[in-house]
Design a protein around this ligand. Structure first.
Ligand code: 5GP
Ligand code: MN
Length: 347
């Protein structure tokens, strides 16, 4: 089923590509491995067709993922929050915008009004629930797939099979990296197509050992010290089966944690048998960033949508908790979590 759908979408993408030369890729704020991997992999494929491509990230790529960038790639990437004028120029001059790994423009925050108002052609490649397909000339959206990186790979592979473009080693490594982070190294959302992709990329020569080393063995010491503190002293487990941990700004500073340094913390409490849903809050400017993971049978996306202005996937979602606004001050976060998890999980 999905293969037939993708074949039709690929034909449509080919027609769009034939009439474009300058392309911009965009992805969601706080870009993760999948957002970055799908952007770079897709950009490489466009370049193999002789197109000129700029990858725009709404805000900076975390240091933990920056290994993905080859030196020559860095020069073709822009960070909207730091290079706004250049990014706006690239969006004005392009003839096609490819949106990767997000369902609706609001996920790009500051970029959203510009993207929405842009008269350029727009293509979406995404794997989240509820895609805003009406905002795009072509929306390629599948939810039964590991990642946007896998979706880009499977879609573009059809055209590569027709001799339309090719995958460089840079593309293959980017797709492998994005799929690996979104599946939490093959722990979640791993389908036959995912393993097929991994197998093909290994055949193509991707050095997976190097990717694993870069992704999981290069953290600063502070990450593990902070995790130790959270698990020992700051993890609450409720009678309804929720686990939550709140990381405050002072702790972020104390442990010198960068953007990617808390990646994956939210998964850990799910190891406890009675925990059905895990919530991790990290304090930022005027809000907490919220990460939610759940086991099958409990919806993280409904919870994210109901209490945290967010969404995502059935078992992996995110959002925000504002102060003041949602709660009077950051000190109230734990009480708020106690209340909403009880309400939600007793339903
Ligand atoms: P993470 O917890 O890894 O930051 O995010 C998990 C999932 O939730 C990702 O698929 C991400 O796209 C989605 N997500 C994270 N933050 C938000 C948000 O603020 N709004 C929405 N709609 N989705 C989010
Ligand atoms: Mn993703």
């Amino acid at each position: 089923m999905m293969k037939t759908r993708l074949t039709e979408k690929a034909a449509c993408l080919r027609r769009i590509m034939d009439n474009c030369h300058k392309i911009v890729t965009v992805t969601h704020t706080h870009p993760d491995g999948d957002a970055i991997g799908s952007s770079i992999g897709t950009a490489c494929w466009c370049e193999s067709l002789g197109k000129e491509v700029t990858c725009i990230f709404p805000d900076p790529v975390p240091d933990t993922i920056s290994f993905i960038f080859r030196p020559e790639r860095q020069a073709k990437c822009l960070t909207f929050s730091k290079q706004r004028a250049q990014a706006e120029k690239a969006l004005e001059e392009c003839d096609l915008i490819i949106a990767l790994d997000f369902s609706e423009f609001s996920r790009t925050e500051e970029m959203a009004p510009i993207l929405k108002a842009s008269p350029k052609r727009k293509v979406q490649i995404d794997h989240h629930l509820n895609p805003a397909a009406e905002d795009f000339d072509l929306s390629v959206s599948e939810i039964n797939i590991s990642s946007a990186s896998e979706l880009s790979y499977q879609l573009l592979k059809i055209l590569v099979g027709e001799g339309y473009g090719s995958f460089s080693m840079e593309a293959c490594e980017a797709f492998m990296t994005g799929m690996t982070t979104d599946t939490n190294n093959f722990a979640n959302s791993t389908l036959p197509s995912t393993l097929e992709m991994a197998s093909e990329l290994l055949e193509a020569g991707v050095n997976r050992d190097k990717i694993i080393d870069n992704l999981y063995w290069h953290y600063a010491e502070g990450r593990l010290r902070a995790l130790g503190l959270l698990l020992k002293d700051k993890m609450t487990i409720t009678p309804e089966g929720a686990a939550y941990m709140v990381l405050r700004d002072a702790e972020v500073k104390h442990f010198n944690l960068g953007d990617g340094d808390t990646e994956g913390f939210v998964n850990i409490p799910l190891a406890i048998e009675k925990v059905r849903m895990s919530i991790f809050l990290k304090e930022a400017d005027g809000h907490f960033r919220v990460s939610i993971r759940s086991k099958k049978g409990t919806s993280a996306s409904i919870f994210a949508n109901k209490y945290f202005h967010g969404g995502g996937h059935e078992n992996a979602s995110g959002g925000k908790l504002h102060f003041p606004g949602d709660i009077p001050s950051p000190d109230e976060a734990e009480a708020f979590l106690a209340k909403v998890t009880e309400e939600y999980l007793s339903e």
